[in-house]
Write a protein of this length. Structure first.
Length: 367
């Protein structure tokens, strides 16, 4: 497969993972109804829970340097069982792609283009994502640092302009809700935001320095988690108790910016940033899906699959849910359950089986 020629540096992969997680700021909207003013704490808890999950990913990457998910499954489980597991992962990657596409379209339709048909929004954005996927992995990762810088600058500026609206007493009282609320919110953050980077298993074979897989995984996790913690804390300080009733707190917080009645409507800029991040995340998921399919069927290039899979993404995303409320319910209550299988259970089983079968980290690899 000629896409194996694509190579990315450890730093590029780290920024790509960080940018990927940054796009998950929408997840904060799912947990504010559960954790309310303690949302920022559950993001920290989710980060802590994610650390051993990412360690599993790193351990597998170091046991099998230069191999991606498909190749690791074949080696550990054998050709037929490995292919079955890999096909299940393809369906998982595909589901993440069309579900995130649905989230993006819901946001555009409700906040930016209410009179534009959803199907038109789907075709427009999936078309752009498809173009990025065809340009290849190196091109996508090259832009990740630029995106992170843009997001960071806009975030800092927005936050400085919101200082006058922040209230520290909005964080009080703390730890007043049932334990199950904190467990649910923590699970949603660790699985929906951080655990999703299991998709980067498809990138492992393109890493220039395979033995250094820990740096991009944990570095990207820290970048993304720091952004989510900062945004959730800022939004609580600004919005207070009403945050539990808001779907996208960061968007509503930015709407409050008003500098001498001249600098207003900053939410439009934030909307552009949010769309940029979603575009990046969907492109990564889209790429992982077509690359995995191409490798399973020994195709010379994944690029032939891009338009076909793009149409399927649109069809499934358009018909997946009848409303944004149903989509939010799935994200908060159903998705964490089945995603745990692919992000925690299967990687852990793979690591255990690999260890039992005697696969060891190559001599000289760092861990």
């Amino acid at each position: 497969m000629n896409n194996q020629k694509e190579q990315v540096s450890s730093a590029s992969l780290m920024f790509t993972i960080g940018c990927f997680i940054q796009s998950s700021t929408l997840v904060v909207g799912y947990i504010t109804g559960v954790a309310k003013q303690d949302t920022w704490l559950t993001v920290i808890f989710g980060f802590i829970v994610a650390l051993p999950i990412i360690w599993i990913f790193a351990a597998l990457g170091e046991k099998f340097p230069g191999k991606n998910l498909i190749e690791i499954n074949d080696v550990v489980f054998g050709k037929i069982p490995g292919k079955i597991i890999s096909v299940l992962y393809i369906f998982f990657f595909f589901s993440l792609t069309f579900l995130n596409s649905g989230v993006m379209t819901d946001f555009v339709s409700s906040s930016l283009l209410p009179d534009t048909p959803d199907i038109a929004v789907f075709f427009m954005f999936i078309g752009v994502c498809g173009y990025a996927v065809r340009k290849g992995l190196e091109t996508m990762t090259r832009y990740s640092l630029i995106f992170i810088i843009i997001v960071s600058v806009v975030l800092i500026i927005n936050s400085l302009l919101l200082i006058k609206d922040m209230r520290l007493d909005n964080f009080q009282p703390s730890f007043t809700y049932p334990l199950k609320n904190y467990i649910q919110a923590t699970n949603e953050v660790s699985i929906l935001s951080f655990g999703n980077i299991v998709v980067f298993f498809m990138f492992f074979s393109s890493l220039k320095t395979p033995s250094q897989i820990k740096k991009p995984l944990f570095g990207g996790l820290i970048i993304g988690a720091a952004t989510m913690i900062f945004i959730s804390a800022r939004d609580i300080a600004v919005l207070g108790p009403i945050i539990r009733m808001i779907t996208i707190p960061a968007y509503d917080a930015v709407r409050l910016i008003n500098l001498a009645n001249t600098l207003t409507r900053m939410e439009i800029l934030y909307a552009g940033i949010l769309l940029m991040m979603l575009f990046f995340k969907i492109s990564v998921l889209y790429y992982a899906t077509v690359r995995a399919i191409a490798q399973i069927f020994n195709m010379k290039s994944y690029k032939l699959l891009v338009p076909v899979i793009g149409v399927l993404i649109i069809i499934f995303a358009y018909n997946a849910f009848d409303s944004s409320a149903e989509n939010s319910y799935n994200a908060a209550n159903i998705a964490p359950i089945y995603q745990t299988l692919f992000e925690v259970i299967l990687p852990l089983v793979t690591l255990i089986v690999a260890s039992i079968r005697g696969f060891r980290k190559p001599v000289g690899a760092n861990i």
